[in-house]
Write a protein that binds this ligand. Sequence first.
Ligand SMILES: *Cc1c(COP(=O)(O)O)cnc(C)c1O
Length: 570
Amino acid sequence: MPDNNPKTLFIASDHGGFALKEYIKENLKGRIQLKDLGTNSEDSVDYPDFAHLLAGQVAGLPEASGILICGTGIGMSITANRHRNIRAALVHDQFTARMAKEHNNANIIVLGGRVLEPAEALELVQIWLDSEYENGRHQRRLEKIENRNLNSTRDVSAPIDRVDPEISRLIRQETEREESKLIMIASENCVSQAVLEAQGSALTNKYAEGYPGKRYYGGCQFVDQVEQLAIDRACALFGAEHANVQPLSGSSANMAVYFSVLNPGDKILGMNLAHGGHLTHGAFVSFSGTHYQSCYYGVDQKSETLDYDVIEEIALREKPKLIVAGASSYSRTLDFPRFRAIADKIGAMVMVDIAHIAGLVVAGAHPSPVPYADFVTTTTHKTMRGPRGGMILCRKQYAARIDKAIFPGLQGGPLMHTIAGKAVAFKEATTPEFIATQKQTVTNAAFLASCLQKKGFRIVSGGTDNHLFLIDLSDLPVKGQSAEAALDRAGITINKNGIPFDPRTPTDPSGIRIGTPIASTRGMREAEMEIVADCISSVLKHPEDNSVITETRATVRDLCSRFPVYSYRL
Ligand SMILES: *Cc1c(COP(=O)(O)O)cnc(C)c1O
């Protein structure tokens, strides 16, 4: 079945509706393909879990519909109707089944398993499926369900699916992609509903050039408090003396640090891009390589890990003004005290870029650089699980220079809705749930890497201490580009990635990068990583075998439906 089959029909029940669900499935088999979302036995369960699950799926897929069954149908219909764009109709007889479609265009039919005879219930489903929505005057009424402001000419409360169906459809399709595929891109994560709400709030309207209490615009009394909360929470979370939460991205955070303490032409020492460093650490295609003199350290060819004695030699020889630690595809723990000691030998400053590992640092799953670094930069959207953006932490002595580098140095008005999202994410990051998830992220990565090793794959550096690892495909027929494509077709999204000393080009490198943040945020653990290892292994060994791809896609889809990203969406 294609990803966006417009006729997708879901079915779900609780224990009270289980028998009827099985009966309906059995009798519709062959005519209509039903996607069963559970429950799978008569053991007692809670109906809202299944109603939310099904309603979320129906709301997220264009033209999908669903059948919900509980004892009376009442609880299921109350729950499903909490979802936007859901019209769940509890029907009792042929007339209400027909009207539910003709007048109300119900996209969910709800049945009482203890109210209806099975044959009768089946007939109601059939009537509902066969009936046609009349449209006309009913459409106005349906729109009034979702939108109470129809008479205004400036209809600001109209939902996006009315204002811009094209974009709305694409958002739904992207949401469905994120739900139904297992995203193992190491730099991605999925934020909470609370972060999404902050990001989608009226704060996007507000200009607030400057900093809390020192703005160049009026009306900042509330956004001042938002930004101050974000700053205070960031400082508390990382034990930092100062935080700037305005950087638009990880790259602009790094740029601001360079602008604050370096002059054009000054020397920076960063990790080689080809060994796992980031573009902004001195790569020649980035401002960091063109505006500054850059030199690099890399990993040892044999161990594929950093050799700090060699880094020290390079630092003593090159005498950079700033040493940058941090990486985008390095799977081992970074030794921050050693970076500090090396810098102190030549009087250099240290910037640590924890864009990838910030969440791990918060959870104590990776040592913190804060006591050792002059500057710590990060993105807020990777393991940190906040909105897309950046942040700078620094010692007090640099606070004024950093703030000036961001505004007015590099940016104009800050994105206050994003800063609100960052504040929410920082609050979430103090919860035991967040900390446990970060620890599980590391456990999952190590376990998945070891499962793949047992299947014969070579993991760069022999394993991982963090949330990611690289698979070296040199000895396989499939290489980075086709591995990425085949895995995506099978429902696992990763990225191709160079390995250290890669003889191949970045457009089709020898490796792929795999990360566990999203799988872990979704609640997956070792048992699921074992399934994922089987899937990755079969696809990499048979990348052109369509039956393997199809079978794997089904396995991944099933796995993903058991671990929803958003179990329901209001
Ligand atoms: C992702 C990343 C960045 C850049 O983040 P953007 O928000 O994409 O600009 C910077 N440094 C490192 C180490 C990264 O991995």
